[in-house]
Design a protein around this ligand. Structure first.
Ligand code: G3H
Ligand code: ZN
Length: 267
């Protein structure tokens, strides 16, 4: 099954596929081990910076080999791509999907570039996620604007502002009424960014109302760093004795999220 098939399945069966970001081998292994244990499809996210750190060549090689080793359905997505040439590079390298984040641009420019990326990506069977209304800003997405953006660009998925933000923050509150209206107004896959720290009940409700993909990064980074910091306090110097705990911590966090996203046993 392709990523599109899984997203369609998620739409029909009301679950969400997690996008879990990584930039190190133990993070990647933690995510894949969780996906295998839970029998869940996963999206492997790398931002431009994350992918530049690990290198597109290494990422593709690692993911291809690991998919066979772990026997999982895992798909690479370039997360928050802003540089058009770099996005094209990720497509050429074999990413299954790319997220073009033109939310800092004017709507006209955002649509113009998103359309360009869609034309390039679709020729190669790669999915494109567009984004409107930067979630850093306070203004939330209007359903009409979402509709117009989708019609103009033909993106496959849409990231929009419904009250979430990147990182851990106080009192996350999703605007469910807005999400409902956006869902009624559109027919693409709907993506929730800034998934870290949102209470499970809100996540479940958002999935019920039409969210198909949820991005999680900060919570995995915190699990990785917290565990690593503890391990580094001992006298141990062997990386293969230090890193497995961090890998396990990432795995547990991903398992928790898969449970909440209801993507368990959905292969
Ligand atoms: O694109 C990545 C996500 O939106 C991550 O957000 O760090 O709040 O989990 P998060
Ligand atoms: Zn994001």
């Amino acid at each position: 099954m392709t990523l599109k098939d899984y997203l369609k399945k998620a739409q029909k069966q009301k679950f969400a596929i997690g996008q879990f970001n990584f930039s190190t081998l133990e993070q990647l292994r933690g995510i894949l081990a969780a996906a295998r244990k839970m029998k869940s499809p996963v999206i492997l996210g790398t931002s431009e910076e994350e992918s530049k750190f690990l290198g597109l060549e290494e990422i593709l090689a690692l993911v291809e080999i690991s998919k066979m080793k772990y026997k999982v359905s895992a798909f690479l997505n370039l997360d928050h791509g802003k540089d058009l040439d770099y996005i094209k590079k990720a497509i050429d390298f074999g990413y299954s999907a790319v997220h073009f984040d033109g939310s800092d641009l004017s709507l006209e420019k955002n649509m113009k570039y998103a359309k360009r990326i869609v034309e390039y990506a679709h020729k190669k069977g790669v999915l494109v996620e567009g984004e409107i209304d930067n979630i850093k800003e306070k203004s939330l997405t209007s359903p009409d604007k979402a509709k117009r953006f989708i019609e103009q660009t033909k993106v496959d998925s849409l990231a929009m502002a419904i009250g979430s933000a990147h990182g851990m923050y106080k009192n996350p509150k999703l605007d469910f009424e807005r999400l409902k209206q956006i869902k009624e107004n559109t027919n693409v896959f709907l993506v929730l960014h800034g998934g870290s720290g949102i209470p499970d009940m809100q996540i479940k409700k958002a999935i019920k109302l039409g969210i198909n993909k949820i991005n999680i990064n900060t919570e995995l980074r915190l699990a990785w760093k917290g565990t690593l910091a503890k391990s580094l306090k001992s006298q141990e110097v062997k990386p293969y004795k230090i890193l497995p705990q961090a890998q396990k911590a990432v795995q547990h966090k991903v398992e928790e999220k898969i449970e909440v996203f209801n993507s368990k046993n959905k292969l």
